[in-house]
Design a protein around this ligand. Sequence first.
Ligand SMILES: NC(=O)C1=CN([C@@H]2O[C@H](COP(=O)(O)OP(=O)(O)OC[C@H]3O[C@@H](n4cnc5c(N)ncnc54)[C@H](OP(=O)(O)O)[C@@H]3O)[C@@H](O)[C@H]2O)C=CC1
Ligand SMILES: CC(=O)[C@@H](O)[C@H](O)COP(=O)(O)O
Ligand SMILES: [Mn+2]
Length: 400
Amino acid sequence: MPDLGPVLERRVTVLGSTGSIGVSTLSVITHAREVYGAEVLPVEALTANGNVDKLIEQAKAIRPRLAVINDESKYEALKAGLAGTGIETGAGRKAVIDAAGRPSDVVMVAIMGAAALEPALRAIARDATVALANKECIVAAGPVFLKALAKSKAKVVPVDSEHNAVFQCLCAADPEEIEKVTLTASGGPFRTWTLEQMRAATPAQAVAHPNWSMGAKISVDSATMMNKGLELIEAHFLFAMPASKLGAVIHPQSIVHALVTYQDGTTLAHLSSPDMRTPIVHALAWPRRISSPSRKLDLAAAGTLTFEAPDLERFRSLKIALGCLDRGCMSPTILNAANEVAVDCFLHEKIGFLDIAAVVEATLDECPGAGTEPETVDEVLDTDRQAREIARAVCGRRQG
Ligand SMILES: NC(=O)C1=CN([C@@H]2O[C@H](COP(=O)(O)OP(=O)(O)OC[C@H]3O[C@@H](n4cnc5c(N)ncnc54)[C@H](OP(=O)(O)O)[C@@H]3O)[C@@H](O)[C@H]2O)C=CC1
Ligand SMILES: CC(=O)[C@@H](O)[C@H](O)COP(=O)(O)O
Ligand SMILES: [Mn+2]
């Protein structure tokens, strides 16, 4: 039996515990406690935005030292719900960021959107291992994020399924030996839809992902294929890969998650059932492997694996994101902020599905700073704020 002791003693913080990735992370921890003992993978902190009832329920079950709610109006409810448990409580944006600064070995960054940037940077600053599910923070602030990483002893283990797959296929190769990194894309719920059909797509149709059960924002991103655009930018920063070595291929079954092609002609691929508990448990235990409740792959049951090229005309968001990958500087910051606003407006039925790409494109045209390389987090946050204001105004124009 290998000695898993040091891995199982790791103290874990889960930022965004009430979301899709957060819930899967807690299910991985619960499974490990059932298999290896009730004391394994102790939890330092759980954080949520506004879902106080779920946070209370999770805290009672998983026993963190601290539970934090971002929405300060829910603080009294959190304190009342956890009274007598001995679990500390906190509320507000600063408390969420401070939670990332508390002593733990691994911080799962599973907050949605660029709101994860400052908590992630706080975890990096104290040399934690960052299990990075959130992609928006590295898209919005790639150069600043990498500078912070270089200054610290922190390590990032990607949790986004494609990037976790690439991480595993890289095998400590020299970058020169790599010819291509290919991310797969399911194509989302509208893979075979015409533009006319997409024009009338509803939020309920857009969040109905064919293979993955995820939060609403990333599900819409999969439907527009902006998700793959964000992921190519994420891969550029995480793996120091130039745009020329990055690509995406449609694979509707979501079983192959990424492929790395070497100059000798070898292509290594990572396969697993579409179940986020697999990359989550990999990131928590890396570089060891532990038991997980994930669905294991049965290739005979899966049957056929197919691949096709993405259609950049129907999936305009992907084309726009590829432009930002090439352009660099703060164009990804603006792209991400505008997309977050546009997706939110779409989910609230203020704009149509095809308007999402139009809003992002108009914001990129109007927002200053796209050609400036960010030096500091404040510059990123300023541009992010400006882009959101512009995107909201563009949404308003399209609405009315
Ligand atoms: N879901 C998936 O399978 C995958 C997700 N990812 C990435 O992981 C991240 C999380 O995705 P997902 O779990 O689907 O998202 P969800 O929307 O399901 O969950 C988001 C979590 O973040 C919290 N949150 C939202 N906004 C804030 C904020 N401003 N401050 C603090 N906390 C906040 C939410 O709290 P509350 O519940 O209280 O609102 C919730 O706990 C995203 O960046 C996504 O792209 C990557 C790969 C796969
Ligand atoms: C599970 C995960 O990592 C998501 O990012 C997923 O890849 C979304 O599916 P698409 O391939 O449809 O974007
Ligand atoms: Mn992904």
